[in-house]
Design a protein around this ligand. Sequence first.
Ligand code: HEM
Length: 417
Amino acid sequence: MNETSDRDVLERLAAPELRGNPYPLLRWLRENEPVHRTEAGFFLISRHADVQWALSRTGDALVVPDREEMARQFPAAGDHAAIGTALEIFGAMLRPGYAALRRMMSRDLARSRVARVGESILVKGAQLIDGMAERLHDGEAVDFHQEVSRPLTLAVFAELFGIDEVERDCVATDVLATACALEAVSTEALEAADAASERVESYFRLLIADRRRSPRDDLMTALVAAHDEDVDRRGDRLILGLLWVLWLTGFDSSAAGLDRGMQAILDHPDQLHWLRGDDQQAAAFVEEVLRYDSVILLTPIPRIAARDIEFGDRMLPAGAMARMVIAAANRDPSVFPDPDRFDPSRDNRPTLSMGYGPYYCNGAALVRAEMSIVLTMIHDRFPDLVAAGEPVWTEAIGTANGIRGLDRFPIRMGGTR
Ligand code: HEM
């Protein structure tokens, strides 16, 4: 690969041959252009120290763009409901009540809810794995993404919000179509995204109204209750904004996390003893999966430089929009020695996979539980899985919600059975 090519970095990241392995390009970026201006006009920050600093200083040195700033960045918003939705989300994120809602949600997710959902992950995981067992034993290929990662993470996510089986697929598909709008993959995608975002918004409104009328034991009810007790009551924009953020960042990324775990199982058979040990060893395996092949390419929340910022000898000018390249920072050799080696025994405390600072991921505990439980279970049931073809990456490259995800992931049993 010619890293000095004239093509824009984002365009090169979208190239099919780099979707699975963007790391040579990201290394070039980190070493040569650690503060890189893309043709789209925003900057990519890729060294670990710079990314960590920028994430921790969000709120003073860098700020999350407000609704007006986003409207400047996306002038098509007036014509497109999907882009307008994104603007509303940023508007909501900056209102004071949003932080209170997030705090409540973090407490809820970190404690009792994840413990209770853990039981569902076990039951649903076993059910999905049973569903493909016969075909695997018969030597057939199965699609791990469509048959396990997606349905499992969607079921768990839908349970949090009390969304039933009939509705959950439609909501998930529509949310992802809306995310594509910001990448403007195509005019057709943008038009489809408009309709999709309107359907999701109406559905979220129905859910909110329903939980007000008939509270249940789910995160959705807890959010509505917290909103109505503590937060300003100017309509439901805040809670709608949070629901959008949760669905845009939470469900697809968890499925991608499980897919990365399966890829690690296929690629690193010498490290699988980590999945046959205790909970801490499984957790170390999961942490290394999340570092080694980052689910998040770029931070989903953009930041604007509040002043000129020097990163070493590079400058991010005041007013510039920046995205942090988590996938590059997680392979920075100044923090992770021999970063291209998959090694669950390494010290992964500095990993930035789940963000850092004020916008640290609210779903981190849930994702880690999901990955540990499912990867351990599947390795226990099928210790000799192999790839059954190339995985198929999603069309969106992850510049909108930051996620590098798969559409298909064929696997089968190895030859030893
Ligand atoms: C493997 C799966 C996941 C990864 C890698 C991931 C990663 C991240 C990262 C890097 C951020 C920081 C964004 C930034 O600073 O721009 C973030 C934020 C966030 N994540 Fe996750 N996430 C995952 C799953 C989830 C799940 C399951 C949920 C919900 C249950 C969730 C909810 C959120 C929310 C709400 C935010 C925004 C926080 C805020 O508004 O301050 N994430 N995530």
